[in-house]
Design a protein. Structure first.
Length: 492
């Protein structure tokens, strides 16, 4: 059993120099955040600008008033080791921990179990660290709902030591990308939800609150049980898929393009899945800012589709006015996404008048075959996420269980709920403050998915800063300056 008392004297003073910038900070590292951990990954790091210990301030913050920025390295629902201050393995730029320290935040990075915990793995997904997992002596203890249980335990550790840890424990802001974005959304949506209590007790988490101040979510891969239907609603007319496979190399993750075409059977499945989506959307009772109901007809058309496309139009309009993605994010923006060259957008006097939705979808292309998430072969990352130490993988939709090629069984409904932030909005201490970003050219999940999350939150009175940055693929941490400005506005 580990003692959950923070030791303010156990630290190392470090300096990180990247380019022409440097930060000297105190590093409190490898702190076990639960009394009875199931894996070696369950440790956290706390980083603090050294200037705070001589009474100085940065951006108006001090040792006990600084917000606690909490980034994770989860990608593909895999294990996410605690981030360290330095270079981002994916974009080779200074990582969010470095930038947050420079800005004056206290940074808390928790190591999070994942579906590959206890397994050897060379997989890589966006949001991850790009490091090979060589562990295989542990149990597969990282399957659902371990990732959110670990994040909650780390948050509880901070609250448990509120008097002695640096930073303001009531100003914790989570941040993540892809499955890590889903983790951030879960942390935001499920504050103090009693459903997680048995899992928190099992690892010896501190008996404290685990709600947070704000959630920053980049392209969150969530709402998995409806993601397949949402994907086909958007991409049904596109039979060709273009995907990237990541392979690890000594220089880090490398991308290899793969092109394929849906089989006749997959096209039939696509039509069936698309047909499921309107009933789901209509049952949500969503409304736009004017109180108009957002619905879909059986053919997939309707006010909800118009609403989704309005965010694409807003993104195109912003890019037309600022050329932000072309200028500032040219190394990240998808080739061919130059706003001046999008023939499916009609401009009148530099204002977006109309977007041909089908042509837009054809332009960004389908990425995944059908079904996109709940694979009939049980071979998707998400299938593994719903496995456990006994069963390698499970389905999480009735549709895939019905069509399973391997007689796969479906995960328990309660377990599926524990991984879906939309199920908890307003049912517990959901955070008031949200920032959600999903690239306008991101095809990893349907743009309907983040729009649903955003709209559900707004309809229940939460504040959401949502945008689809033009031309951007599945990615995160590309606008940290804007993210930090958003945090400052809330925290000061």
């Amino acid at each position: 059993m580990y003692d959950l008392t923070f030791d303010p004297e156990r630290y190392e003073v470090k300096t990180c120099e990247l380019g022409n910038r440097s930060i000297t900070y105190r590093a409190f590292e490898h702190i076990v955040y639960c009394a009875n951990p199931a894996s070696k990954v369950q440790t956290l790091n706390i980083y603090v600008p050294e200037e705070y210990y001589s009474g100085k301030t940065i951006n108006g913050y001090s040792l006990k008033t600084a917000p606690i920025f909490t980034p994770n390295t989860v990608g593909g629902y895999m294990e996410g080791p605690a981030m360290e201050v330095g270079i981002d393995q994916f974009n080779h730029k200074p990582n969010s921990a470095f930038e947050a320290l420079l800005h004056g935040y206290v940074v808390m990075c928790a190591g999070i179990r994942g579906r590959n915990t206890g397994m050897q793995s060379k997989e890589f997904f966006v949001g991850g660290t790009g490091k090979e997992n060589k562990e295989n002596q542990e149990k597969r203890s990282g399957r659902a709902p371990a990732l959110i249980v670990d994040m909650k335990a780390a948050i509880r550790y901070m609250r448990h030591n509120a008097k002695t840890v640096p930073g303001d424990v009531e100003k914790i802001i989570t941040n993540g990308t892809s499955a890590g974005g889903a983790l951030s959304a879960l942390a935001g949506a499920t504050g103090n939800a009693k459903e997680y209590e048995p899992y928190l007790k099992a690892i010896g988490a501190a008996e404290e609150k685990d709600d947070i101040f704000a959630a920053s979510c980049y392209c969150p891969i969530h709402n998995l049980e409806h993601a397949d239907a949402a994907y086909e609603w958007l991409f049904k007319k596109e039979p060709i898929f273009h995907m990237m496979k990541f392979e690890m190399s000594p220089e880090g993750p490398k991308m290899i393009p793969v092109v394929g075409e849906l089989s006749e059977e997959q096209k039939k499945l696509s039509a069936e899945l698309k047909a499921e989506f309107p009933a789901y959307v209509n049952a949500l009772g969503l409304k736009d800012e004017n109180g108009e109901e957002l619905t879909l007809e059986e053919n997939g058309e309707g006010t909800f589709k118009d609403y989704v496309m309005s965010f694409v139009a807003a993104s195109a309009q912003k890019e037309k006015e600022t050329h932000d993605s072309k200028v500032r994010l040219s190394d990240l923006a998808v080739p061919g996404s130059d706003i001046e060259k999008q023939g499916y957008i009609t401009f009148e006097e530099n204002q977006v008048k109309k977007i041909d939705a089908d042509a837009y979808v054809k332009k960004i292309t389908r990425m995944k075959p059908t079904p996109a998430f709940d694979a009939l072969s049980l071979e998707s990352p998400e299938n593994e996420e719903f496995g456990d130490d006994e069963v390698m993988a499970r389905h999480f939709t009735e549709f895939a269980e019905k069509h399973s090629k391997v007689n796969g069984t479906k995960a328990d409904d309660q377990m599926i709920k524990l991984l879906n932030p939309t199920k908890f909005i307003g049912e517990c201490d959901t955070t008031k403050n949200w920032r959600i970003r999903h690239g306008a050219f991101d095809r990893d999940t349907s743009i309907a998915i983040p729009v649903i999350l955003t709209t559900m939150l707004k309809n229940k009175g939460y504040d959401v800063d949502f945008a689809l940055p033009w031309g951007l693929p599945h990615s995160g941490d590309y606008d940290l300056e804007e993210l930090f400005a958003w945090i400052d506005k809330l925290a000061k």
